[in-house]
Structure formats: structure tokens, C-alpha cells
Write a protein that binds this ligand. Sequence first.
Ligand code: TRP
Length: 328
Amino acid sequence: MDKKKKGRILSGMRPTGKMHLGNYVGALENWVALQGSYENYHLIADYHALTTNLNTEDLLDNTLEMVADWLAVGIDPQKSPIFRQSQVKEHAELHLIFSMLITTARLERNPTLKEQVKDLKMETIVYGHLGYPVLQAADILLYKGNVVPVGEDQAPHVEITREIARKFNTTYGHVFPIPKTKLTTFARLPGLDGNKMSKSVGNTILLSDNEEEIIQKVRKAVTDPQKIRRGDPGRPAICLIYTYHKRFNAAATEVIYTGCTSGALGCVECKMKCAAAISEAIAPYREKRRYYAANMGKVLDIIRAGEERARRVAAETMRDVRDAMSLG
Ligand code: TRP
């Protein structure tokens, strides 16, 4: 059956804990949709997490909370192994070899790194942070991934992966496919303050939030500042609640649009409708999520089983690499 599939996908995420709607819309939904037609490997980038946070105390918890959400939204671990980068030693091995195939000047030009340094106001970075895309190249190429579904910010990393794959192939012989980036379509879901939804900003709606929590959060969200009371005409185009309606309440967007622009619909009522729609959209995942949250031991078992499978593929690729390089 796998032979009929179009190829292999490598998707990855740093273990950031409970997933929010931005993760869902920007990544998970895509992963679930693709698992039917591709062979999909789901990587937990726990080594990458160390580039910006050396504290490992919460790493396992954050991993389990994240994977509980992956499973709840429908990632099928039978079809699509889920595994931690740190538990497959070949990641470290291939990263070392790849680090010889790219210059530091090239890595210093990485726009994603530059942005991160600016956002986090970092004065210096560690050596491993500069090499972030080199490790990511190892993640992708160890599984000979053909397609990498990512948000825009990660596209430069896949470009570096392609360069490294080409460099390896021309230097030692053809071992790696040249993977393609698959950009997510609805990549940017704004957070409750209008900025990008992000855990570190604290502007998220979580997949695990219940209806009451969603209502409380949505009530506090910013809307069009010119629409102060019902009767005032609003501007949906600049309102993040309208963006949520478009995404989670598609059937009602026209009515919402007309109500908002005419002024007939007040923001409070509009937010209530929005919260209800979001809650309903994620309701199917809630029960499954609760099951996994109560059985984190099972989640860990699923990850360990994924690691067994990942190790087999990774070891095979490393044999090809060693053969090509005449190592050993
Ligand atoms: N760098 C990615 C992010 O921050 C996570 C990641 C690590 C990844 N390895 C990967 C994504 C391999 C795709 C493929 O989101």
C-alpha cells in the first residue's frame, strides 16, 4: 500500500506543550490531511528546543502535552510514527557530517535566525543555534523526506537542507532526494491581541480549552477600535474576530460581515457567536484529548514505538552515507 503513496513527508515541531489554534491551522490540520497520501514522519525537535532554552525540566511534559494534542486531532501513529530527535542517535551523527558541507557565512545569512535574534533581543548565540538548520537538514534527510510542510518562517531552513543534500550528492554520490517545501495556506492565525498567535506571547486559544475558557478569552480580544457600541459600523477586514469567523464559522461569514458593517451586530454578540463556533469546531478533539491527558503513559508508549521505527530507517540511511563516504 505504501508503494502507492506519493513520497515521504518529514514534519517537525519543537516541543512547546499544549497546542493552540495557530498550531492547528498552521500545521496539524495539514499533517492530518496529508497522512492519507504520503508516508509521514513526525519529529519532536527536542534538541532544537535547547537552542533557546537550556532548561530541560519541562521538556518531557511539554512533549507529552503536545503529542496528546497531535493524537487528539487525528495523527495516526500507526500510519505516521511520532518520535523524539534526541532518541535517534543518527540525528547527531548526520548533523556532524553535514556541518562540514556548509559555511558559517551561509548560516549567518539565514533570515529566520536574524529575526529570532532580533525578536528575542539576543546579544550572542550559541554555536548550536547557528547550526539549527544543519540539524534540521539531518532531520529531514535521515528519513529521505521528499516534502516538508512548514510555515513561511521555516522555508529558508528547507532551502539550506536542499543545498546540503546537493553538496553531499555531488561530493560523495547520490544518497539524498532534494526535498520540496510545502507552504501551509492559512499560515498566520492572529492571536487574541492581533499579533501572531504564540505561546510565549500568551495570546492563544488552546485546543484543550473548554467552551467557557474560550468565551472568556474571546471576550477580551481586541476588535475594531472605531466600533465602540452596537450601531457603530465596524470594519471586518481589520478585525481578528472576523478572521476567526472566516476560519471556524465559514457558513456564517456573510451574515457576520453584513451585521458588522451595518452596525446591527454588536461586538459582544459577534464574539459570543465566534466563541461558540470555535468551541464547536474543536469539540470532536476534546474527548480524545481528555483520554490521552489521563493516560500520558500511553502517549509515551506511542512515542517509544515511533522511535523504534524511526531508528530503523535512520540506521539504514546512515549505512548509505557511510558507504558513499567510504567510512568504515
Ligand atoms: N524548526 C522547526 C520549527 O521551529 C522544527 C523542526 C525541526 C522541523 N526539525 C524539522 C520542521 C524538520 C520540519 C522538518 O518549527
